[in-house]
Design a protein around this ligand. Structure first.
Ligand code: AMP
Length: 480
């Protein structure tokens, strides 16, 4: 999962300022690297490993001129975290094309071969963005380049969407032509469009989450739908069409974990959906006969689940952990022992809150069990009488192949055999998971068509085992 932004405004506008603000608001979506491209009469690029605030600390933003540009924050799922893999990527023919994307291309072996044999393009990195960029470039190349029309651009994107399988939300600057945006046929990854009117003309923006536009004071126009294509030409006219579309399947994990609680995606305020999910968990706890004294959360993404649960159970919510906000996301650390160390350094239980209590501790999800095991042990050491570990997500049984690093199948704790075994591994008195059926009913009720492959094993792209094995292999080798 990554965060992307793109902006195009009148000539007086310096796109880079909105790009940097936008990326700062999306920093939670990726902390491995950051890259920015702007264009005036040539591309201007700045990339680096680490956080936006570090990479751009000493950069004079005026060295990135132009009223059009885009940026990317990366959370590595495919390829290694090296500067050569940092987005955006640029090609010079046909036209200058510079692109960012969020997601994961799954038919990379096919595309690698196709691009080399049919279009004589050799990949240079292990980043799947190259596959998207080169496929789009190859499709554009088939048209009359001197007289490239808007229809030619849309046709090229549609053919790209038909060839490139997987999840992608993309933004492309086409030199001297405009800003192009499209998503995969299922709309697995989010992308939102915004607009701000200025005395010199409209500014258009695209971002992974609507929150970005709150900070920039843009009006949110709406989501980019499954398979949709938007092109902003040089006169700032908006051209919007449907490309290659399949049944929409928006990533449910974006709502559960990845996105900020103040984001509105596909008409759903993330915080609101989380509260509803928390309420559903109360019913499950009652059914299973658990009667906690207090509800606490694992900071920060679980707060709204916990508040929904406590409201519905009619028992108090307390902040049970103090969090060190200066430590990054634990999951992203490369080894198990490093992950454990990060979890320990990040959270400290508030002894007086949990001592002698039956505590229901809520987290957004349990993946490998690293976090939950440590949380339970910390709560026990702090004197909790009983610890019920509550997962707002259903059991994660199948890895995500669309850009969320969820470990390999064998590493997923939900595949260990039984709930008793899970209790034993993490040391909890009980583990309570959201039911997949309840979650699916909720999504239906709020009219949110989702991809829940990580819980159900039903992949919207209908993938073969072969592709699955290739992805797992690629992931394991990039970890090395
Ligand atoms: P684990 O410790 O492996 O069980 O992972 C679960 C913890 O990591 C939870 O506290 C989540 O908040 C967080 N988490 C879950 N999924 C992801 C992900 N794909 N990337 C980063 N963090 C995650």
């Amino acid at each position: 999962m990554c965060g992307i932004v793109g902006f195009y405004g009148p000539p007086s506008k310096k796109a880079v300022y909105d790009i940097i603000s936008g990326l700062l608001s999306l920093q939670h979506r990726g902390q491995d690297s950051v890259g920015v491209v702007t264009f005036d009469d040539k591309f201007h690029v700045k990339k680096g490993l680490g956080l936006v605030s570090n990479v751009f600390k000493k950069v004079n933003l005026d060295s990135l001129p132009g009223s059009i540009g885009m940026g990317h924050v990366r959370y590595t799922t495919q390829g290694s975290n090296e500067i050569m893999n940092v987005q955006p990527f640029t090609v010079n023919y046909p036209f200058g094309l510079s692109m960012v994307h969020n997601g994961n291309v799954i038919n990379f072996n096919y595309l690698r071969k196709y691009l080399y044999e049919e279009h004589h393009r050799l990949l240079e990195t292990s980043n799947d963005l190259e596959l998207l960029l080169y496929t789009l470039a190859s499709e554009l190349e088939l048209h009359d380049l001197k007289n490239l029309s808007i229809d030619d651009i849309f046709d090229s994107v549609k053919s790209t969407q038909q060839k490139v399988r997987g999840a992608y939300a993309t933004i492309t600057v086409i030199a001297n032509k405009g800003l192009l945006v499209f998503t995969d046929p299922y709309g697995i990854r989010p992308l939102v469009m915004g607009k701000k009117d200025t005395p010199d003309g409209p500014c258009y923006g695209f971002a992974s989450e609507s929150t970005c536009f709150d900070y920039l004071d843009y009006e949110v126009i709406g989501d980019i739908g499954a398979g949709e294509i938007v092109f902003i030409d040089n006169d700032l006219n908006v051209h919007r069409r449907t490309g290659f579309v399949e049944k929409p399947a928006h990533c449910i994990f974006c709502y559960i974990y990845f996105s900020r609680e103040d984001s509105i995606m596909r008409g759903q305020l993330v915080a609101d959906l989380r509260v509803k999910m928390g309420r559903m968990l109360a019913e499950k706890m009652r059914e299973e006969g658990f009667e906690p004294d207090i509800v606490i959360d694992v900071p920060s993404s679980a707060y709204f689940f916990a508040s929904g649960l406590s409201e519905e159970l009619g028992i108090p919510y307390r902040r049970g952990f103090a969090k060190n906000n200066h430590i990054g996301r634990s999951f992203i650390s490369p080894t198990q022992s490093e992950r454990e160390k990060v979890v320990r350094n990040k959270l400290n239980p508030i002894r007086e809150v949990v001592k002698g209590k039956k505590v229901a501790v809520v987290d957004d999800s349990i993946v490998r069990g690293t976090t939950s095991k440590h949380i339970v042990s910390l709560l026990r050491k702090a004197g909790a009488d009983k610890v019920y570990f509550v997962s707002a997500a259903p059991p994660i049984v199948s890895p995500c192949i669309y850009g969320i690093d969820m470990a390999t199948k064998g590493e997923l704790i939900a595949n260990c055999g039984s709930i008793d075994k899970i209790n034993e591994i993490i040391g909890a008195d009980a583990t309570i998971y959201q039911s997949l059926e309840d979650l699916q009913k909720l999504c239906e009720k709020v009219k949110l068509p989702v991809c829940d492959a990580c819980f159900s094993g039903n992949y919207p792209t209908g993938d073969t085992r072969e592709i699955f094995a290739e992805i797992e292999q690629e992931r394991l080798s990039s970890r090395k």
